[in-house]
Design a protein around this ligand. Structure first.
Ligand SMILES: *Cc1c(COP(=O)(O)O)cnc(C)c1O
Length: 399
């Protein structure tokens, strides 16, 4: 029996991808094994995060790194680090930023549900640019000069949501930030693969970059990476670790926290609620190691076979399949529905799949365009067969 069934809930076939609402990526056995081993011993969390920092430095090229409770937590903790620096007094006041520089500039078109994470630390967002293209009222996206025009004495930093199509280009935003000595915090949560992006934003000069650990890296769902400038990561650590220590006998690894730079140990900081367990740190590190050393390649090859199996299975049905196979990462399948022939909208089909047995959750992004998008990362042979069977039942010609 499924462990989920044992606790009274059905398990689902998640071809929606790595979204949090469907449990993220299924972790590889090697990640789970590492976590089980980690669970059987104790460790100093400060020393563990210092070791994690060194591992993250190797794969990102950043000065330092930290394992966070997801990218969203990374954004909050990164913002808190920018706001408070190494000042324990300020750390204690957050999220109250009265009298502190607290403005973060963001392009209006970059705003999304995760900017809540930035506001959570006490930052105030200052929007620049317009959303003219979406409004059908213009041809231009946000431009770099608009960031510069919004800088005031209250500006604490700039926050930037990276996608393959982000505007203005990150390099231009960083150039303006550097000119005004302002840090840039990048949300790169879902931007890997390609693996090269682990280094790319840092190489461009971003001060902090947040990635999800539970997406393609396939670490724990509740893990993430924050990497960047050493002082900022030090501030992140000071506002996250359990700080109930005596200064005199507190010996954090020097390459991670330079004790001489702070006047005293802050109390538990704003990051304290974003706890990361030792097992999760190890799971993230193992996932990251496998992600960068090519260990996932055979899985991607296998997923391509699963996608081919589905394509074969839906032949003859009123759907038009398109396989999307990226250079790096798991492939996906787009099924364009002939909704007239099927007699149902893509939304109805999606709902029927969700309510069925086994329940199937597709990626919902394509539904308004009559498309079922099937992301393959969480498939195996058994799930592929069950999914194909359900598609054959649900996508039949009406009549
Ligand atoms: C997934 C995602 C996040 C949140 O990441 P978690 O690791 O789940 O906290 C933040 N921003 C963007 C753009 C994302 O895609």
């Amino acid at each position: 029996m499924s462990i989920y069934e044992e606790f009274g809930v059905r398990s689902i076939i998640n071809v929606s991808g790595t979204s949090t609402r469907v449990g993220g990526a299924i972790m590889p056995d090697a990640v789970m094994d590492a976590m089980v081993r980690a669970s059987k011993e104790s460790v100093s969390m400060t020393e563990l995060q210092a070791a994690a920092s060194r591992a993250i430095v190797k794969v990102t090229g950043a000065e330092a790194g930290y394992v966070t409770a997801g990218a969203s937590a990374g954004l909050t903790q990164g913002t808190a680090a920018i706001l408070a620096g190494l000042d324990p007094g300020k750390m204690e006041r957050l999220p109250d930023t009265t009298g502190m520089k607290n403005e973060f500039i963001i392009a209006r078109e970059h705003r999304n549900g995760y900017d809540h994470a930035v506001r959570l630390a006490g930052a105030k967002l200052i929007e620049v640019g317009m959303n003219e293209m979406v409004a059908g009222a213009g041809v231009r996206r946000t431009e770099a000069w608009e960031f510069e025009a919004a800088i005031t004495e209250n500006t604490a930093g700039i926050t930037y949501t990276a996608t393959a199509d982000s505007q203005p280009p990150l390099e231009q935003v960083i150039a303006i930030a550097k000119k005004h000595n302002l840090p840039v915090l990048v949300d790169g949560a879902g931007q890997v693969p390609p693996t090269a992006n682990l280094k790319r934003f840092i190489e461009m000069g971003a001060d902090l970059v947040a990635f999800s650990g539970g997406k393609a890296i396939r670490g724990p769902q509740s893990s993430g990476i924050l990497c960047g400038k050493r002082d900022l990561i030090m501030s992140v650590a000071l506002q996250h670790l359990d700080m109930d220590e005596f200064f005199h006998i507190w010996e954090p690894p020097e390459d991670f926290i330079d004790k001489d730079r702070i006047v005293g140990i802050p109390r538990h900081g704003i990051g304290r609620g974003f706890k990361v367990a030792k097992e999760e740190v190890i799971g993230l590190l193992m996932g990251l190691r496998m992600f960068v050393d090519g260990s996932y390649e055979p899985d991607y090859a296998e997923r391509r076979k699963h996608i081919e199996y589905i394509v074969d299975g839906v032949s003859g049905l009123p759907v038009e399949p398109t396989v999307i196979a990226p250079k790096e990462g798991a492939p996906s399948l787009h099924l364009k529905l002939d909704t007239a022939a099927i007699g149902k909208s893509a939304f109805d089909v999606s709902l029927e799949l969700k309510r069925g047995n086994p329940a199937v959750f597709v990626q919902e992004e394509g539904l308004p365009d009559d498309k079922l998008i099937i992301l393959s990362l969480n498939l195996n042979q058994e799930r592929t067969e069950a999914l194909t069977q359900r598609l054959r039942e649900v996508l039949k010609k009406k009549g």
